[in-house]
Design a protein around this ligand. Sequence first.
Ligand code: DON
Length: 312
Amino acid sequence: MPDTQPLDLQAVLDDIYRELTPRLGEGKVADYIPQLARVDPKRFGMAIMTVDGAVHMVGDADVPFSIQSISKVFTLTLALGKHGENIWTRVGREPSGSAFNSIVQLEHEHGIPRNPFINAGAIAITDLVLAGHTPKEAIGEVVRFLRYLADEEDILIDGEVARSEAATGYRNFALANFMRSFGKLDHPVEHVLGVYFHQCALSLSCRQLAKAGLFLAAGGSNPLTKHSVVSRQRARRINALMLTCGHYDGSGEFAYKVGLPGKSGVGGGILVAAPGRASVAVWSPGLNHNGNSLLGSLALEMLANRTGWSVF
Ligand code: DON
């Protein structure tokens, strides 16, 4: 769409919602975390927060949901703030081409996960966030960071989701123990996963999430809160990782169809940065075969087509 034409973003959102309404409920809600399986599959929300402060919302955009792996963007940002580029001795920056919870690459890559967004990589990042903290303090730091980013106190962790995941997190325990066996985790596995399960259980609405992610679309600072979060270069680099690794083995497909940096979670949320334009969050619990929101991905594809916001 040419820049000279004013873009009615609310109309675009309303159209997307209308077109997708007959399909609500498609996809498969994640059930390996029992508490997530209880979510109504027909929920759908979407929020756009532009860099000049406009907010557009549709559907359940104010209903909090479990952000799950989207939290990995925020812990990566925290770990970079704490340890700078040294974090790259613990985790790589390459797409994995594997499922989010895959263990296969870890052995011949000596306990160094491919990137910070697959589970193994995010666990390594959480270990770095824990440095100098008790698990409780580290969880507090993550929650405070989200509240600071979104400029809202009303951001909480769903304790039931965290407990549910801890009770069934066999894969994550396997990944963490494996990394620890290579000497690649500094803290006890129980501590690292305690923090990891809680960060995944953060509940945010699309509106809160879009606001929390706005710094990524706006060169590192949040133009609404005036909070300076990271340097322009760091925001660009986090976006690059989201584009190449944010959807696991569906990252290529998402880049092909949407063309924007994004991070998904098994709760059905996706956070996207349209650099220089807006931060977008969508939530639809039904997932596709890669564990990414089915209708959420489709909604973002429709948005990218209608706005011309692809980075390509
Ligand atoms: O580690 C897990 O299994 C979840 N807490 C997070 C996984 C997740 O969101 C993967 N995303 N698509």
